[in-house]
Design a protein around this ligand. Structure first.
Ligand code: FES
Ligand code: FES
Length: 279
Protein backbone atom coordinates (compact mmCIF):
# COMPACT_ATOMS: atom_id res chain seq x y z
CA UNK A 1 0.00 0.00 0.00
CA UNK A 2 1.67 3.28 -1.09
CA UNK A 3 2.24 5.82 1.61
CA UNK A 4 -0.47 8.54 1.49
CA UNK A 5 0.51 12.19 1.24
CA UNK A 6 -1.21 15.49 0.59
CA UNK A 7 0.11 18.31 -1.59
CA UNK A 8 2.22 19.77 1.22
CA UNK A 9 3.85 16.69 2.73
CA UNK A 10 6.80 14.68 1.52
CA UNK A 11 6.92 10.97 2.00
CA UNK A 12 9.82 9.67 4.06
CA UNK A 13 11.52 8.53 0.84
CA UNK A 14 11.23 11.97 -0.74
CA UNK A 15 12.55 13.66 2.41
CA UNK A 16 15.51 11.32 2.38
CA UNK A 17 16.16 12.05 -1.32
CA UNK A 18 16.02 15.82 -0.77
CA UNK A 19 18.36 15.61 2.22
CA UNK A 20 20.84 13.75 0.04
CA UNK A 21 20.59 16.35 -2.71
CA UNK A 22 21.26 19.21 -0.34
CA UNK A 23 24.64 20.10 0.97
CA UNK A 24 24.98 19.71 4.72
CA UNK A 25 26.28 23.22 4.93
CA UNK A 26 23.75 25.87 3.82
CA UNK A 27 26.60 28.32 3.20
CA UNK A 28 27.75 26.13 0.31
CA UNK A 29 24.45 26.75 -1.44
CA UNK A 30 24.99 30.47 -1.76
CA UNK A 31 28.25 30.09 -3.60
CA UNK A 32 28.41 30.20 -7.41
CA UNK A 33 29.21 26.55 -7.60
CA UNK A 34 28.02 23.12 -8.48
CA UNK A 35 26.19 22.70 -5.20
CA UNK A 36 24.01 25.77 -5.73
CA UNK A 37 23.28 24.95 -9.36
CA UNK A 38 22.48 21.37 -8.46
CA UNK A 39 20.19 22.49 -5.66
CA UNK A 40 18.22 24.92 -7.84
CA UNK A 41 18.00 22.45 -10.71
CA UNK A 42 16.76 19.66 -8.51
CA UNK A 43 14.21 21.90 -6.82
CA UNK A 44 12.75 22.60 -10.24
CA UNK A 45 12.84 19.02 -11.42
CA UNK A 46 11.23 17.63 -8.30
CA UNK A 47 8.49 20.27 -8.39
CA UNK A 48 8.96 20.58 -4.65
CA UNK A 49 10.31 24.11 -4.70
CA UNK A 50 7.94 25.84 -2.32
CA UNK A 51 7.64 22.93 0.08
CA UNK A 52 11.37 22.49 0.29
CA UNK A 53 11.71 26.25 0.53
CA UNK A 54 9.76 26.24 3.80
CA UNK A 55 11.14 22.95 5.01
CA UNK A 56 14.75 24.02 4.95
CA UNK A 57 14.42 27.60 6.15
CA UNK A 58 14.27 28.90 2.58
CA UNK A 59 13.60 32.56 3.34
CA UNK A 60 16.82 32.91 5.26
CA UNK A 61 18.72 30.93 2.65
CA UNK A 62 17.43 32.83 -0.39
CA UNK A 63 17.86 36.23 1.27
CA UNK A 64 21.48 35.27 1.73
CA UNK A 65 21.80 34.10 -1.90
CA UNK A 66 20.29 37.32 -3.28
CA UNK A 67 22.38 39.57 -1.01
CA UNK A 68 25.54 37.74 -1.87
CA UNK A 69 24.84 37.55 -5.59
CA UNK A 70 24.77 41.33 -5.74
CA UNK A 71 27.86 41.82 -3.62
CA UNK A 72 31.01 42.59 -5.55
CA UNK A 73 32.90 40.09 -3.39
CA UNK A 74 31.48 37.15 -5.33
CA UNK A 75 32.04 38.61 -8.80
CA UNK A 76 34.87 37.73 -11.08
CA UNK A 77 36.66 40.16 -13.40
CA UNK A 78 35.11 43.07 -11.54
CA UNK A 79 34.81 46.41 -13.30
CA UNK A 80 33.26 49.60 -12.01
CA UNK A 81 30.69 51.30 -14.20
CA UNK A 82 29.29 54.77 -13.62
CA UNK A 83 26.41 55.72 -15.87
CA UNK A 84 22.95 57.17 -15.88
CA UNK A 85 19.90 54.98 -15.95
CA UNK A 86 16.61 56.76 -16.50
CA UNK A 87 18.29 60.04 -15.53
CA UNK A 88 19.53 58.68 -12.18
CA UNK A 89 23.25 58.31 -11.58
CA UNK A 90 24.28 54.72 -10.95
CA UNK A 91 27.58 53.26 -9.94
CA UNK A 92 27.93 49.50 -10.07
CA UNK A 93 30.60 46.88 -9.74
CA UNK A 94 29.86 44.21 -12.31
CA UNK A 95 31.46 41.18 -13.85
CA UNK A 96 33.12 42.46 -17.02
CA UNK A 97 31.10 39.88 -18.97
CA UNK A 98 27.71 40.96 -17.60
CA UNK A 99 25.29 42.22 -20.22
CA UNK A 100 23.44 45.49 -19.84
CA UNK A 101 20.19 43.50 -19.81
CA UNK A 102 21.29 41.43 -16.83
CA UNK A 103 22.63 44.50 -15.04
CA UNK A 104 19.27 46.25 -15.50
CA UNK A 105 17.14 43.29 -14.51
CA UNK A 106 19.23 41.64 -11.82
CA UNK A 107 21.24 44.46 -10.29
CA UNK A 108 18.81 47.36 -10.63
CA UNK A 109 15.48 45.49 -10.57
CA UNK A 110 14.42 47.22 -13.80
CA UNK A 111 12.58 44.22 -15.17
CA UNK A 112 10.64 46.06 -17.87
CA UNK A 113 13.25 45.13 -20.47
CA UNK A 114 12.61 41.52 -21.36
CA UNK A 115 14.93 38.64 -22.12
CA UNK A 116 13.36 36.95 -25.12
CA UNK A 117 16.08 35.11 -27.03
CA UNK A 118 19.25 36.46 -25.34
CA UNK A 119 20.86 36.19 -28.80
CA UNK A 120 20.06 39.50 -30.46
CA UNK A 121 17.25 38.13 -32.57
CA UNK A 122 13.95 39.24 -31.06
CA UNK A 123 14.35 42.83 -29.87
CA UNK A 124 12.51 42.26 -26.56
CA UNK A 125 15.51 43.68 -24.68
CA UNK A 126 15.74 46.94 -26.67
CA UNK A 127 16.71 50.01 -24.62
CA UNK A 128 17.96 53.45 -25.61
CA UNK A 129 21.61 54.33 -25.00
CA UNK A 130 22.64 57.91 -25.70
CA UNK A 131 19.57 58.36 -27.91
CA UNK A 132 20.09 55.24 -30.00
CA UNK A 133 18.32 51.92 -29.68
CA UNK A 134 20.49 48.98 -28.72
CA UNK A 135 19.93 45.33 -27.90
CA UNK A 136 20.83 45.19 -24.25
CA UNK A 137 21.38 41.42 -24.39
CA UNK A 138 24.29 42.04 -26.77
CA UNK A 139 25.68 45.07 -24.94
CA UNK A 140 28.17 44.65 -22.14
CA UNK A 141 27.32 46.75 -19.09
CA UNK A 142 31.00 47.67 -18.86
CA UNK A 143 30.77 49.50 -22.20
CA UNK A 144 28.12 51.88 -20.83
CA UNK A 145 30.57 53.89 -18.72
CA UNK A 146 29.55 57.56 -18.83
CA UNK A 147 26.51 56.85 -21.03
CA UNK A 148 22.84 57.49 -20.50
CA UNK A 149 20.50 54.52 -20.61
CA UNK A 150 16.73 54.83 -20.94
CA UNK A 151 14.48 51.85 -20.36
CA UNK A 152 10.72 51.51 -20.66
CA UNK A 153 10.47 52.57 -17.00
CA UNK A 154 12.19 55.86 -17.81
CA UNK A 155 9.84 56.93 -20.61
CA UNK A 156 6.98 57.90 -18.34
CA UNK A 157 6.93 61.61 -17.50
CA UNK A 158 5.69 62.14 -13.95
CA UNK A 159 2.21 60.62 -13.94
CA UNK A 160 1.86 60.83 -17.71
CA UNK A 161 2.64 58.01 -20.09
CA UNK A 162 4.97 58.77 -22.99
CA UNK A 163 2.97 59.54 -26.18
CA UNK A 164 4.23 56.28 -27.69
CA UNK A 165 3.03 54.30 -24.68
CA UNK A 166 -0.38 55.98 -24.95
CA UNK A 167 -0.56 55.32 -28.67
CA UNK A 168 0.19 51.61 -28.16
CA UNK A 169 -2.64 51.53 -25.64
CA UNK A 170 -5.07 53.37 -27.92
CA UNK A 171 -4.29 51.13 -30.89
CA UNK A 172 -4.18 47.88 -28.98
CA UNK A 173 -0.56 47.43 -30.09
CA UNK A 174 -0.02 44.32 -27.99
CA UNK A 175 -1.60 41.15 -26.72
CA UNK A 176 0.57 39.34 -24.16
CA UNK A 177 2.80 42.41 -23.82
CA UNK A 178 6.09 40.53 -23.66
CA UNK A 179 7.61 42.24 -26.67
CA UNK A 180 5.99 45.61 -25.90
CA UNK A 181 8.70 47.33 -23.80
CA UNK A 182 11.22 46.59 -26.56
CA UNK A 183 8.78 47.66 -29.29
CA UNK A 184 8.08 50.96 -27.55
CA UNK A 185 11.76 51.78 -26.83
CA UNK A 186 12.56 50.94 -30.43
CA UNK A 187 9.71 53.12 -31.72
CA UNK A 188 10.74 56.07 -29.54
CA UNK A 189 14.31 55.93 -30.87
CA UNK A 190 12.92 55.49 -34.37
CA UNK A 191 11.25 58.92 -34.17
CA UNK A 192 14.68 60.48 -33.58
CA UNK A 193 16.25 58.47 -36.41
CA UNK A 194 13.61 59.87 -38.77
CA UNK A 195 14.27 63.41 -37.51
CA UNK A 196 17.97 62.96 -38.13
CA UNK A 197 17.17 61.90 -41.70
CA UNK A 198 18.66 58.43 -41.38
CA UNK A 199 17.77 56.27 -44.37
CA UNK A 200 16.69 52.65 -44.39
CA UNK A 201 16.74 49.71 -46.78
CA UNK A 202 13.40 50.77 -48.27
CA UNK A 203 14.10 54.50 -48.62
CA UNK A 204 13.46 55.22 -52.31
CA UNK A 205 16.34 57.55 -53.11
CA UNK A 206 19.03 57.76 -50.47
CA UNK A 207 20.74 60.65 -52.33
CA UNK A 208 17.68 62.84 -51.95
CA UNK A 209 17.15 62.11 -48.30
CA UNK A 210 17.77 65.13 -46.16
CA UNK A 211 15.96 66.52 -43.15
CA UNK A 212 13.20 64.54 -41.51
CA UNK A 213 12.28 61.30 -43.22
CA UNK A 214 8.55 60.81 -43.62
CA UNK A 215 7.76 57.35 -42.35
CA UNK A 216 5.44 55.39 -44.61
CA UNK A 217 3.93 52.12 -43.37
CA UNK A 218 6.64 50.32 -45.34
CA UNK A 219 9.39 52.40 -43.69
CA UNK A 220 7.95 51.71 -40.23
CA UNK A 221 7.71 47.98 -40.92
CA UNK A 222 11.28 47.83 -42.22
CA UNK A 223 12.73 49.89 -39.38
CA UNK A 224 10.85 47.90 -36.74
CA UNK A 225 11.72 44.54 -38.30
CA UNK A 226 14.21 43.78 -35.53
CA UNK A 227 11.39 43.68 -32.98
CA UNK A 228 9.44 40.46 -33.24
CA UNK A 229 5.94 39.97 -31.87
CA UNK A 230 4.82 36.42 -31.41
CA UNK A 231 1.24 37.61 -30.93
CA UNK A 232 1.27 39.21 -34.37
CA UNK A 233 0.17 42.66 -33.23
CA UNK A 234 2.07 44.22 -36.14
CA UNK A 235 -0.77 46.13 -37.90
CA UNK A 236 -1.69 47.88 -34.64
CA UNK A 237 1.95 48.56 -33.78
CA UNK A 238 2.44 50.26 -37.16
CA UNK A 239 -0.72 52.32 -36.64
CA UNK A 240 0.42 53.38 -33.16
CA UNK A 241 3.84 54.50 -34.41
CA UNK A 242 2.39 56.28 -37.43
CA UNK A 243 0.03 58.29 -35.24
CA UNK A 244 2.88 59.56 -33.06
CA UNK A 245 5.04 60.27 -36.11
CA UNK A 246 2.42 62.22 -38.05
CA UNK A 247 0.62 63.76 -35.07
CA UNK A 248 -2.61 62.90 -36.88
CA UNK A 249 -5.18 60.42 -35.77
CA UNK A 250 -4.84 57.07 -37.51
CA UNK A 251 -8.07 55.13 -37.80
CA UNK A 252 -8.37 51.90 -35.86
CA UNK A 253 -7.90 48.63 -37.67
CA UNK A 254 -10.64 47.05 -35.62
CA UNK A 255 -13.93 47.92 -34.00
CA UNK A 256 -16.39 46.39 -31.61
CA UNK A 257 -19.51 44.89 -33.19
CA UNK A 258 -22.36 47.17 -32.19
CA UNK A 259 -25.42 46.01 -34.09
CA UNK A 260 -27.45 42.87 -33.61
CA UNK A 261 -27.62 42.38 -37.39
CA UNK A 262 -23.82 42.27 -37.71
CA UNK A 263 -23.52 40.00 -34.66
CA UNK A 264 -26.02 37.57 -36.17
CA UNK A 265 -24.26 37.48 -39.53
CA UNK A 266 -20.88 36.83 -37.84
CA UNK A 267 -22.55 34.15 -35.70
CA UNK A 268 -23.90 32.37 -38.78
CA UNK A 269 -20.46 32.50 -40.45
CA UNK A 270 -18.92 30.88 -37.36
CA UNK A 271 -21.61 28.20 -37.31
CA UNK A 272 -20.75 27.32 -40.89
CA UNK A 273 -17.33 26.42 -39.55
CA UNK A 274 -15.48 28.32 -42.25
CA UNK A 275 -16.33 25.75 -44.93
CA UNK A 276 -18.24 28.26 -46.96
CA UNK A 277 -16.00 29.41 -49.81
CA UNK A 278 -17.40 32.91 -49.47
CA UNK A 279 -16.00 33.34 -45.92
FE1 FES B 1 17.88 40.58 -26.83
FE2 FES B 1 16.18 38.83 -27.92
S1 FES B 1 16.63 39.17 -25.82
S2 FES B 1 17.34 40.37 -28.89
FE1 FES C 1 2.83 39.16 -27.33
FE2 FES C 1 4.12 40.90 -28.89
S1 FES C 1 2.32 41.23 -27.74
S2 FES C 1 4.76 38.95 -28.26
Amino acid sequence: MPEEKDNHDFTEDEKHLLQEMLSENKDDLSAYGEARRHFLKMMTLTGGGMVAFNMFGGQELFAQVIAESSAAGNLQNVVKVAFKVNAAKKSLEVDSRMTLLDALRERMQLTGSKKGCDHGQCGACTVIVDGKRVLSCLTLAATCEGKSVTTIEGLIRGDDLHPMQLSFLNHDGFQCGYCTPGQICSAVALMDEAKRGEVSYVTNDVRKASGTVQLSDEEIRERMSGNLCRCGAYPNIVAAIKEVHTGKEVSQNWQFIKHEKEKNSIGSLIQKGGNDASI
